[in-house]
Design a binder for this molecule. Structure first.
Ligand code: COI
Length: 357
């Protein structure tokens, strides 16, 4: 057990009515913090009131983007417990992102303990309506005040908490997606599989252009051939073609999503044909032409399971499943959220109880 100092202050944040939560707009009363320096390693784990913090204008993260983050969710179950979904797995991915950005690895057990403690303190903030959750955002930033380019020696870790509703305004209704043919997100040998701000900065221009054209998100193709499907702005992508469940394999430029992993594990346990493989955009449009493209949906912690009703590529549009949520996406959504809200048995051991209300 690590000693975690706690300074409490209630009433820092304001909880809106649950139907007006939006996504990532409101923050709870407290946050978890740790520091890193080469002499002490990760040290001084503490919980403090949610507030602004100080770094020098020269802090390296501000100049060169040496930072990583995670997105995890906690839920209030039907029987009034607070549970977190796969915290250990997310924090292990945090460490893989740390490796990619030359950031010192965390002790997963210590950070998991801090995460659970801050949730316990702010447990009244965990919303209860189906479709809502407490979004947990761990973040590490490089803090050396230095304007040359190098790996920082010092870092800060934060975990902030945000009660959230659906990520997309459309909720669980199918979204329309533009297949991006001008910009690319990540290249092989780059940072694509790390959860780092650079990947999201890369996506902004394409996202703005797609929004203007009426799309919710963009679907990225590989950066070399502009042919193979990679992922959507904030989700991994799945296709159901002639009964086969297909998602792009993790080649290095795609984020290994935790919901992606959850869906793969569930689909395999249901005995379905599941393939992680390269899939070209031509194959998808051809499958649609042959009447074999049954469903398309995205997966993400924020987006959960998000059906795709329309794909548009170089001006050619296809409508999937009559722009309706497919049976498989619905079953996944019901199962994943059921496990999270405690109404479906968690035979995989994915949820960890934090506290009772
Ligand atoms: C998540 O799904 O948790 C993400 O990190 C996506 C986005 C909100 C950045």
């Amino acid at each position: 057990m690590t000693e975690i100092k706690v300074v409490k202050k209630d009433g820092v944040g304001i909880m809106p009515p649950e139907e007006h939560l939006g996504f990532g707009e409101h923050f709870t009363d407290h946050m978890f913090i740790m520091d890193y320096d080469p002499q002490n390693g990760w040290n001084n784990p503490r919980i403090a009131p949610y507030n602004e913090f100080c770094v020098f204008p020269a802090a390296m993260v501000l100049h060169y983007g040496q930072a990583i983050f995670e997105g995890i969710k906690a839920f209030r179950t039907a029987d009034d417990r607070v549970v977190v979904f796969r915290p250990q797995d997310y924090l292990e991915r945090f460490n893989r992102s740390a490796d990619a950005l030359c950031i010192p690895r965390i002790d997963v057990d210590v950070v998991a303990e801090g995460l659970k403690k801050v949730i316990e303190i702010d447990k009244k903030w965990v919303p209860s309506t189906v479709g809502t959750a407490l979004y947990i955002r761990p973040l590490i930033i490089a803090t050396d005040p230095y304007v040359g380019v190098k790996v920082s020696d010092t870092y800060k870790l934060f975990i902030i908490l945000s009660p959230v509703g659906a990520y997309y305004a459309a909720g669980f209704d199918p979204v329309s997606i533009k297949v991006e043919d001008k910009y690319v997100r990540a290249t092989l040998g780059g940072l694509g599989e790390a959860k780092t701000p650079a990947n999201y900065a890369m996506s902004l221009k394409a996202q703005v252009e797609a929004k203007k054209e009426g799309f919710a998100q963009v679907l990225w193709l590989d950066a070399v051939e502009r042919k193979y499907v990679e992922e959507v702005g904030t989700m991994n992508i799945f296709f159901k073609i002639n009964g086969e469940i297909i998602t792009p394999e993790l080649v290095g430029s795609i984020l290994g999503g935790m919901t992606r992993r959850t869906v793969l594990e569930l689909a395999k346990s249901w005995g379905l044909k599941v393939s992680e493989r390269r899939i070209s955009i031509d194959e998808i449009f051809a499958a649609h032409e042959q009447g074999q493209l049954e469903e398309v949906f995205g997966t993400g912690t924020a987006a959960v399971i998000s059906p795709v009703g329309e794909l548009s590529w170089k001006g050619k549009k296809i409508i999937i499943n009559n722009n309706k949520t497919g049976e498989f996406a619905q079953k996944l959504f019901d199962t994943v959220t059921g496990i999270q809200y405690g109404t479906v048995e968690d035979t995989f051991g994915w949820v960890e109880e934090v506290t009772k209300l």
